[in-house]
Design a protein around this ligand. Structure first.
Ligand code: SF4
Length: 201
């Protein structure tokens, strides 16, 4: 994993990049940078571990379905001025990859004139190229994420679980793939917050 190369590549694509040694430093930065606005958050173990929901609630109106489940929360998160997510994988040439079941995270990251997007990720999400990043997104992030859901997904079966089968289960949570190649038109910014720790799925 080449962190310096990844940062240069992300910046070359028009993403802002900030880098922190620890999750505590990253959480302090986000709490200071995001003030007096509306904030939506995507489902993310990384964001949960950072504890940013409680920090951001002190100075913002925050919508996160992991705290307040339901479609109204998802709708408000989608149209919030600032949106936070993690990434399932990031390539060393700066592509940001996410898989989603409902699409709330993907939608929030592709459209939003004037929006600020923060993508918060540990360096364990960085992969050498697109094929390895997609493999990671499917066989690590998606498989582990599916453990949170009831159902008949083969990746969760006792026999042969632990890898993605590109299944057709009615309970599959892998219904869409987003690859960000750059900041969408009219967004204020997409900032990748890289943390030099292993975080998330
Ligand atoms: S596509 Fe199916 S097998 Fe693959 S991770 Fe998603 S739910 Fe599991």
């Amino acid at each position: 994993m080449d962190l310096e190369k990844t940062i240069r590549a992300l910046q070359g694509r028009g993403f802002a990049v900030s880098r922190f040694a620890t999750k505590e430093e990253a959480a302090d930065y986000l709490a200071g940078a995001i003030q007096n606005t509306t904030v939506g958050m995507g489902g993310s173990k990384t964001l949960d571990t950072l504890g940013v929901y409680d920090r951001l609630k002190e100075h913002n109106e925050v919508f996160w379905h992991w705290r307040e489940p339901g479609i109204p929360t998802l709708d408000k998160a989608l149209t919030a001025q600032t949106y936070l997510s993690s990434a399932n994988a990031i390539t060393e040439d700066g592509q940001i990859i996410n898989i989603d079941g409902r699409g709330n995270r993907l939608a929030a990251m592709v459209y939003g004139p004037g929006k600020d997007i923060y993508i918060v990720a540990g360096v364990n999400k960085i992969e050498e190229d697109f094929d390895k990043a997609l493999f990671r997104a499917r066989n690590t992030a998606a498989v582990q994420n599916m453990a949170r859901f009831a159902g008949s997904q083969p990746c969760q079966s006792e026999k042969g679980g632990g890898k993605c089968y590109d299944c057709r289960s009615k309970d599959r949570g892998c219904n869409g793939l987003l690859v960000l190649w750059g900041k969408m038109f009219d967004m204020q910014k997409i900032e990748v917050v890289l943390i030099e720790e292993e975080l998330g799925l």
